[in-house]
Every structure is written in C-alpha cells, then in structure tokens.
Design a protein around this ligand. Structure first.
Ligand code: NAD
Length: 315
C-alpha cells in the first residue's frame, strides 16, 4: 500500500515534475491532471517504471466537471495545485489567463471542498504582491492579479467552509525542467554549458536562487499532514550574485562560455524563508553549489540519452 496519495495539477511543468519525483520517492501514489497528454518533463527526472505508476489524466483545470471527477475519483489524501499560465501567456490572452489561473483554481477548491481533502497546497507567486518598485502602483501583472485573487479565495474557503490550504509563493526557480520564461535563464546557462554552447543570462546583480527539488519538497511537506487554516508563505531560496552562479557553472563545466549581463531582476532577492520553514519544519535546502553541480550532472545524462529539447535555448 502506498504511504499516501496526491493529485498534482500542472504536473507536466517544471515544479510539478519535481513534485512527482519527490512523491514517488516518498512511496506515495501520484495522480496527475494536466493539459499535456504525455509526461514530457517528468520523463527528465523519472524512469519508465516510475512513470508507469502515475495515473495520468489529460484535462483542463478550467473545466469544472473534469476537475471534480479527477479529485473525487482519484480518492487522494492530498492535492497540490500547480496548473497555471505564466506571465507572458496571461498578458497575451487575459481571458484565457483568468480562465486557467482563477476559474481553474476555483474549480480545484470546489472539488477539494466536496471531497473533504484536508491536505491542500497551491502555488501563488511573488507577483501576487504587485509592484516591485516602492511608490509605483502600476508595475503589477495580470498573472499577479490572478494569483492575488487565488490567495484571497483560499482565505475565504477556510473562513466559510474550513477548507484548509497552504499557499506557497516560489521565487526564481532553477533546475532540470525549467525551460521557459525569463527566469529560466540560469538553468539554460547550465544546459548550454553542458552541451558546449555559449549562453548569456540576460540579467545581472543579485537574485534569489531556489532549487526546483526544494520547492517540490516544500509542497509535499505542506500536504504530508492534515492542516487547519489558510496559510500563505514566500519561498525565496538563497540570495546570490548572478556572476557567482556563472562561476559555479564554469567550475562544473571547465571552458564553459557562459556569462551574464543586464539589469537586476525586479524582484527582491532576499525575502525571508523563516516563516515557511518555521511552519513546515524540515524540508530540503540545496546550497547553490550543489544545485548547480547536480543540474549539470543530470543534463549530462539527459544529453547522452538524447531526450532534451535543445530549442529551449533559443526561446
Ligand atoms: N517556476 C517558477 O519560477 C514559479 C515561480 C512562482 C510561481 N510559480 C507557479 O508555480 C506553478 C508551477 O510552475 P511551473 O514553473 O512548474 O509552471 P510550468 O509553466 O512549467 O507548468 C505549468 C503546467 O500547467 C499545465 N497547464 C497549463 N494550463 C492548464 C490547464 N488549463 N489545465 C491543466 N493543466 C494546465 C501545463 O501543461 C504545464 O504542465 C504555477 O502555478 C506557477 O504560476 C512558478
């Protein structure tokens, strides 16, 4: 008998793939709801035997009945809701962004309420906090507005129906599977270096570096026991100079032609992780040097197997 069971929405994404890996490593049964019909990113972390154990359901979180069936039929103890459209996709199609990110989350919350799930975690973002520049109220994103709405929904679901939740706002995530969006550049630098290609990270200064495996462990720790209340936490990782990371990549791949240039990212690099660590207790913390060398090692193996989509370096 599996020790526990979890349904993960958006599990073909970077964070979701790591959540699946950590769930299976813990001996949990895993059920997926994702638009994707095949586990392209989880395949980067899991072998065929492990993938075969996953109950993979293709479906849209914006569809109420699909979500209801997935959560209720799956009979899971825990739900981790990650399925979402990222910043540029929400900007390009605001209605689609609202459907997936807000209606999709309402669907998951309703299903969690109906199923009586007491172990529920979902991803928000630092973008929910809006402006990064003090005094400028206009630097928000639709993505952030949708995430802020989700945070408030989570609070109301506890207030009105005692549906418990742990909302986590991951910062800048790196690791295998991180292949889209501006903050994927450090991971792409690791991949480019491993593949013998040149790459320039388009930002400099300092940034937070959060290993994808650590985020996954935080989500699973959040749903490893029944909870009470609606909790919201930042998850930042560690504050480093981008050049320090460039140097770690060069150390892991001697001769690597990687560099960084440009302005600092518009996110604070040093948000405190103390509240989430105090609440959850022990979960993984991978120092940047270990995270870079593990990522490069994984990329070496994946390049040998020929299953990496190298067009990501041009995106
Ligand atoms: N990666 C980061 O740095 C970061 C930072 C802050 C917050 N987040 C949040 O964490 C969560 C996971 O992020 P990620 O980087 O793994 O994202 P990702 O873009 O890599 O993956 C998102 C997944 O959601 C799925 N999806 C999209 N629309 C869907 C729909 N309508 N129905 C079902 N599935 C759908 C996609 O197929 C994909 O597998 C998201 O909610 C994201 O907003 C990520």
């Amino acid at each position: 008998m599996p020790e526990s069971s979890v349904l993960v929405t958006g599990a073909n994404g970077c964070i979701g793939s790591w959540v699946l890996k950590h769930a299976l490593d813990r001996g949990w049964r895993a059920v997926v709801l994702d638009l994707a019909d095949a586990p392209t990113r989880p395949r980067l972390l899991l072998d065929d035997d492990a993938l075969a154990t996953i109950d993979w359901r293709q479906g849209d979180v914006a569809d109420t009945e699909t979500v209801r069936h997935a959560v209720i039929d799956a009979g899971v103890e825990a739900v981790v809701h990650l399925g979402a459209l990222q910043v540029p996709f929400c900007k390009a199609d605001p209605v689609a962004g609202a459907r997936v990110n807000v209606v999709g989350t309402a669907n998951v919350m309703e299903a969690v309420r109906e199923a009586g799930v007491k172990r529920f975690a979902l991803a928000s973002s630092i973008a929910a906090l809006g402006s990064a520049a003090p005094g400028n109220p206009y630097l928000g994103t639709l993505y952030g507005a949708y995430k802020a709405a989700n945070e408030e929904m989570a609070r109301v679901y506890w207030q009105d129906w005692e549906v418990p939740s742990v909302v986590i706002r991951p910062g800048v995530v790196y690791g295998v599977g991180r292949d889209q969006g501006m903050t994927s550049a450090p991971t792409k630098a690791m991949l480019a270096a491993t593949a013998g290609r040149a790459y320039t990270i388009p930002f400099g200064g300092r940034a937070a570096f959060l290993y994808a495996g650590d985020v996954a462990d935080a989500f699973l720790t959040a749903v490893s026991q029944d909870r009470e209340g609606a909790h919201i936490f930042d998850l930042n990782g560690d504050d480093h100079a981008v050049d320090e990371v460039v140097n770690l990549v060069r150390a892991a791949v001697p001769g690597a032609e990687v560099s960084s240039e440009g302005a600092e990212l518009p996110f604070p690099p040093d948000v405190s992780d103390t509240p989430i660590r105090d609440f959850l207790g022990d979960f993984d913390h991978t120092p940047i040097a270990d995270g870079v060398s593990e990522t490069v090692d994984r990329f070496r193996t994946l390049l040998e197997r020929g299953i990496l989509d190298m067009t990501q370096l041009e995106r």
